[in-house]
Design a protein around this ligand. Structure first.
Ligand code: VGL
Ligand code: ZN
Length: 251
């Protein structure tokens, strides 16, 4: 018989990026159905998780993931023609062209070791610190949240995970927070399934927490990718995708 282990179960709920910019109707990076998962999340927030954390994507205006921060080489004018505007108020002859959100990508390099790099998708401006779009949606049960945890604050790196960026240039110390409180299991919900929820769950599992994504409490930017590939990717890493609806129990 297997040796008996002591029962330790101290679950945390991570509510990822339930912010205006990720929700219809006005979010700059709105995920379809993003607002509709809040009722199920609020149900979970009423339960006695040992720790309930809401994360916020919290970018400065110069964040590397904003497509507008990636100018294209100018083809119509000489490079100096609108760079400084010569100190006058003459309007620019044409707007500066930049990379396009959702379609273009950029390469991000480790600031101290350029040999380490990754390619990442570019986005519309979203979740700028203290802007209305960065606020948690008002429908969320704010009273039940113990702690708000900011991510994406280092403009040099993309940070989908609430723990750290892919090259660990920036570490939000979330793993320390969870360990300090003796958390054993982590339940991840929120937006978006295929980006911040996915990478937060992968890092949580890798940090040693038994990690779950709750299916009804997340929505994807690209639902087709999430259903056909994304779920299998996180499951292959040990993350469990669970459902909190039904069966109809007879009472
Ligand atoms: C997210 C894209 C860019 C997310 C954050 O919260 O899933 N997606 N920044
Ligand atoms: Zn972001």
């Amino acid at each position: 018989m297997a040796e008996k282990k002591p029962v330790i179960f101290k679950p945390a709920l991570l509510v990822v990026d339930m912010q205006e910019d990720f929700c219809p109707p006005n979010g700059s990076l709105a995920v379809a159905g993003g607002r509709d998962i809040v009722a199920a999340i609020n149900h979970l927030l009423k339960l006695p998780f040992a720790l309930k954390v809401a994360t916020k994507d919290w970018h400065k205006p110069d964040h590397v993931s904003f497509a507008v921060n990636h100018p294209l080489p100018d083809t119509n004018t000489t490079p100096s023609s609108y760079a400084t505007n010569n100190g006058t108020s003459t309007p620019q002859s044409h707007p500066k062209q930049t990379k396009q959100p959702f379609v273009d990508t950029c390469i991000i390099r480790h600031p101290d070791d350029p040999s380490q790099s990754y390619e990442t998708r570019l986005w519309p401006v979203h979740c700028v610190q203290d802007s209305p779009g960065a606020q948690l949606i008002p429908e969320l049960d704010h009273q039940s949240i113990h702690m708000v945890h900011q991510k994406g604050t280092d403009s040099r790196v993309e940070m989908y995970s609430a723990f750290y960026d892919p090259l660990r240039v920036y570490d939000s110390k979330l793993a320390d927070v969870l360990r300090m409180r003796g958390i054993t299991h982590v339940y991840v919900v929120g937006l978006a399934a295929d980006y911040c929820v996915k990478f937060t769950a992968l890092d949580s599992q890798a940090e040693g927490f038994t990690t779950y994504i709750i299916d009804e409490c997340t929505e994807a930017v690209d639902p087709d990718y999430w259903e056909t590939q994304g779920k299998a990717e996180v499951q292959a890493a040990g993350v469990k995708i669970i459902s909190v609806t039904g069966p109809e129990v007879k009472r």
